[in-house]
Design a binder for this molecule. Structure first.
Ligand code: 6GU
Length: 242
């Protein structure tokens, strides 16, 4: 997978690519990330990349010329998904990250200020993504979020991720609690079932905890699932259903 990033502040993204899983997948040649500064394609002598909005109003707009020139230089219009990171995009989900991880070439366009000239969206952009319902000062951090989410699920990248999928409920529910040693810390004991070695009971406990946590923090996720009688009983006992 190759990812080209077009940004005004690519230096925001660079250090995160040199750590952890993202570093490892690049070293294993599963992922190549090329960071580009849009200013390198500015056409006028002041190297300007933004201009005032037609019709007036506050804020600046990213000019079309540098973005079209950059995409042409990357020779990517034919083959790549050109993804514009914007709060107006469709929500980034695990499913979106997993399906993008199967592509060979992505171009990530990071907006700034009031965003890009609409003609960039009309002619170049194939997908618009948002990372949540809040506004960031630019698309760079969103692009990094997307690169991280893709990088950790790249086919053959990890092992940990592929085995995590064995958990049948890991896709739909929030994660269950985790503990490590010591068995007692600050007067708090690790739940007895986890040290019992009884694998069936451990799985049941983890499922119940994941279900309860989801009901508490993300009832919207539960709404999408078909709950069994047993599920409902678990939630009733916890006072999370009636
Ligand atoms: Cl993709 N960009 C910006 N600037 N703000 C955001 C976002 C993206 N997603 C959520 N907020």
């Amino acid at each position: 997978m190759k990812i080209d990033v077009l940004a005004l502040f690519p230096e925001i993204i660079a250090p995160a690519l040199e750590t952890g899983i993202l570093k490892r997948v690049q070293e294993a040649d599963k992922l190549t990330v090329n960071l580009h500064n849009l200013r390198d394609w500015a056409t006028d002598k002041h190297k300007s990349v933004d201009d005032y909005p037609y019709g007036g109003g506050a804020g600046m707009i990213l000019k079309p010329e540098p973005i079209f020139a950059a995409v042409a230089a990357l020779n990517s219009e034919e083959t790549a998904h050109i993804i514009y990171l914007t709060p107006q995009g469709t929500p980034l989900t695990q499913g979106v990250a997993e399906s993008l991880s199967l592509e060979t070439h992505l171009v990530l366009l990071c907006g700034r200020y009031k965003g890009v000239d609409e003609r960039v969206r009309d002619r170049l952009v194939t997908t618009e993504l948002s990372i949540g319902d809040y506004v960031l000062s630019g698309g760079e951090i969103a692009a990094l979020v997307l690169i991280d989410a893709i990088g950790r699920v790249l086919p053959g990248a990890l092992g940990d991720y592929e085995s995590a999928h064995v958990d049948s409920f890991s896709q739909e529910l929030l994660d269950h609690p985790h503990y490590t040693r010591p068995a007692e810390f600050g007067g708090m004991r690790v739940p007895e079932v986890l040290v019992s070695g009884h694998h069936e009971n451990i799985e049941k406990w983890r499922y119940a905890e994941a279900l309860k946590r989801t009901a508490k923090h993300r009832p919207d996720l539960l709404q999408k699932l078909e709950l069994s009688e047993e599920d409902i009983a678990i939630l009733k006992t916890a006072g999370l259903a009636e």
